[in-house]
Write a new protein. Structure first.
Length: 215
């Protein structure tokens, strides 16, 4: 009932509440948006990955871009309240990393939906989240597939800092008094660049913003 618009509105509201919950632990969530990114065309948002808590601010603060995640299929099938339902019905690409054929098909489906609906995509090209804040090398595969189908898409890096600290004791108890930040950087000029060069540039831009001191 209500279709896509109602589903999206409920997801946006839920993730806004999840962001607000950070303050119950006296944590600081700082989201530095970039209003220079035009709405109404596909965007590939590339971010480093520090914890599960990276996700709600991306969904909420960038909700105007209709962003969909490339996610491992286990999260869709785990029956996690609200999260699994959204991954199944909200347009995400749910990939089985043990099945390359299935993974490519899911990413292609998302790429086609981006083109048809002017959706955007969030991707964490490190593959898995870091437990220490230290970044891993970015993988090209999924991004290359998205850009092949959407060569006109903007590529926008996002630097995430500090969210790994909130879960350094595990999922419970969460660490209080943590400063976490998300910074949406300027779009990459992709003129004359292949996918590998685009991803390398995004990785370099994010590394320049991620605080890895004392790691």
């Amino acid at each position: 009932m209500g279709g896509y618009a109602a589903h999206k509105k409920s997801v946006d509201m839920l993730n806004g509440l999840l962001v607000a919950c950070n303050y119950t632990l006296f944590n600081r969530t700082q989201f530095i948006d970039n209003k220079n990114i035009p709405v109404g065309k596909p965007v590939v948002f590339i971010a480093n990955h520090q914890s599960t808590y990276d996700i709600p601010p991306l969904i909420y603060f960038l909700r105007r871009f209709h962003g969909k995640f490339i996610s491992k299929i286990e999260l869709m099938t785990a029956n996690i309240p609200s999260i699994s339902f959204n991954l199944k019905h909200g347009g995400a690409a749910n990939i089985d990393r043990k099945d390359p054929k299935q993974s490519i098909a899911e990413i292609l489906k998302l790429a086609n939906n981006m083109k048809t609906n002017n959706w955007s995509a969030f991707i964490f090209p490190e593959g898995t989240r870091t437990k220490t804040g230290k970044m891993k090398t970015f993988s090209v595969g999924g991004i290359a597939t998205l850009l092949k189908k959407n060569p006109e898409a903007l590529v926008v890096p996002i630097a995430i800092n500090g969210s790994y600290k909130m879960v350094e004791w595990g999922m419970f108890p969460l660490r209080p008094f943590t400063h976490m930040s998300w910074e949406v950087l300027d779009p990459i000029d992709t003129t004359g660049l292949n996918a590998e060069e685009i991803v390398k540039k995004a990785e370099d831009m994010i590394r320049a913003k991620v605080k890895e001191e004392n790691l």
